[in-house]
Design a protein around this ligand. Structure first.
Ligand code: DAK
Length: 255
């Protein structure tokens, strides 16, 4: 892989988008590399949490690669939007393990859409977030019109998308777009600590919780029914036995 770096340590995988000269802008190759990286990580039982971040201190991802999409026509635009959803953005949203976006700088356009497809976001205080597509004669094409209102509400999403303005990390925190804001030097460590907490818990239960929570955002299913079904299934697992026995034996569980 040329544009994506992968590290796996102590149950935590990190994918770093590495195109620093283009502020980590997403071109087709980077989208393909990210997509291909996800399948083996989803299946690898040693991996319990995934962190996605950008290379360098300036940008998470400064959008889709403008140089690449500048020449697209109507057919290519629609086809690539659909392909991008399937190959990457929906794949991250439906990833069976928690995905944390470590937003280490500009998260613009497709970059903010990537961060929003992740399960939650931690930002450095120099981060700037926005969907500037309308300033380029476009609208967000990788889920931004749907995921931004889910996170910040309809009114704020309409304001962000129609003004094409960037917001600060602090405003993103106040609006619920990011869960926490930390100094740039603390971002990696903060994400690792959160990931370690997740990795300590039952991977089976963590995946089941993700499926139940996501069920509530899927119009085709009833989230409460997913919760009931996933809850019931937990009782038949080794993790449930280990978790409850460990509690009764006054020791930490070993999942
Ligand atoms: N694409 C390509 N190159 C980019 C880039 C981008 N999105 N963002 C930055 N770069 C490049 C710059 O061109 C520059 O390259 P050189 O000129 O040095 O060769 C280098 O990164 C450094 O950028 P700057 O010199 O501009 O750095 P500054 O600190 O002055 O400014 C900035 C930082 C982030 C404010 C500025 O770079 C900027 O405004 N960048 C563009 C932000 C933006 O508008 N992003 C695109 C949003 S629209 C699609 C689906 C989705 C989309 C498109 C198509 N299909 C399915 C077809 C999504 C669209 C978007 O993401």
């Amino acid at each position: 892989m040329e544009n994506v770096l992968l590290e796996v340590n102590n149950h935590i995988a990190q994918l770093t988008i590495h195109r620093p000269k283009a502020l980590n802008a997403l071109n087709k190759q980077t989208i393909a590399e990210l997509s291909e990286s996800l399948d083996p990580l989803a299946e690898n039982p040693k991996v319990r949490v995934l962190i996605i971040t950008g290379s360098g201190e300036k940008a998470f991802v400064a959008g889709a690669d403008i140089k690449e999409f500048a020449g697209f026509d109507v057919k290519e635009g629609a086809q690539l939007a659909a392909a991008g959803h399937e190959m990457l953005f929906d794949k991250i949203e439906n990833f069976p393990k928690p995905v944390i976006a470590a937003v280490n700088g500009f998260a613009l356009g497709g970059g903010l859409e990537l961060a929003m497809a992740c399960h939650f976001r931690i930002a450095s205080d120099n981060a700037r977030l926005g969907l500037p597509e309308t300033s380029l004669g476009l609208i967000p094409g990788y889920g931004g019109t749907q995921r931004l209102p889910q996170l910040v509400g309809k009114g704020k999403a309409i304001e962000m998308i129609t003004t094409a303005s960037m917001i600060t990390a602090q405003d993103a925190y106040k609006w619920g777009l990011v869960n926490q804001v930390v100094a740039p030097a603390e971002l990696a460590d903060t994400c690792q600590k959160i990931a370690q907490k997740i990795a300590f818990n039952s991977p089976m239960a963590v995946s089941a919780a993700l499926r139940a929570i996501s069920g509530g955002f899927n119009d085709k299913v009833n989230g409460y029914n997913i919760e009931i079904s996933e809850f019931g299934k937990c009782f038949g697992t080794d993790d449930f036995k280990e978790g409850t026995i460990a509690f009764l034996e006054k020791r930490k569980p070993n999942f």
